[in-house]
Ligand binder design. Sequence first.
Ligand SMILES: Cc1cc2nc3c(=O)[nH]c(=O)nc-3n(C[C@H](O)[C@H](O)[C@H](O)COP(=O)(O)O)c2cc1C
Length: 137
Amino acid sequence: MAVTKDKTSDEWYFDENEYILSETDDKGLIIYANDLFCEMAGYKLDELLGEPHNIVRHAEMPRIAFQGLWDDIQSKGFWTGIVKNRRKDGGFYWVHATAMRKIAKDGKTTYLSVRRVPRRMDVNSCISLYAELRDKE
Ligand SMILES: Cc1cc2nc3c(=O)[nH]c(=O)nc-3n(C[C@H](O)[C@H](O)[C@H](O)COP(=O)(O)O)c2cc1C
């Protein structure tokens, strides 16, 4: 598990073959995060458990992106997109995220997210798209 920081900016990277994983309860509070989530976000696991996912929300993410996430999860059961996340130390990292709803046999709902390294061209498109969307907020 190699986590690295860009030499000239506050951007952090992880490996192509690694996945940042998390699970929340039905209220959206984190009940599981893997080691890579902790490393990339810069938190210890016990600082994350019981917290909402917006603990890693970056101010440059437009509100409408997360509206879309929750709308799609409720209507289709999943959402996929490019997200800029904020680290505890103020740094940031981009992910290609797939978030989904899981309904167990007993009706208990949880939410899962699997995040992989995004394509750079997708990150570059999102940098300008998200700036435009934020300007409209
Ligand atoms: C499974 C799942 C994973 C999520 N992962 C992230 C994430 O990595 N970063 C993030 O900013 N929001 C994530 N969210 C969305 C947050 O719950 C929240 O809607 C978002 O951070 C916006 O925060 P706000 O509602 O306080 O504006 C996730 C939601 C779900 C259901």
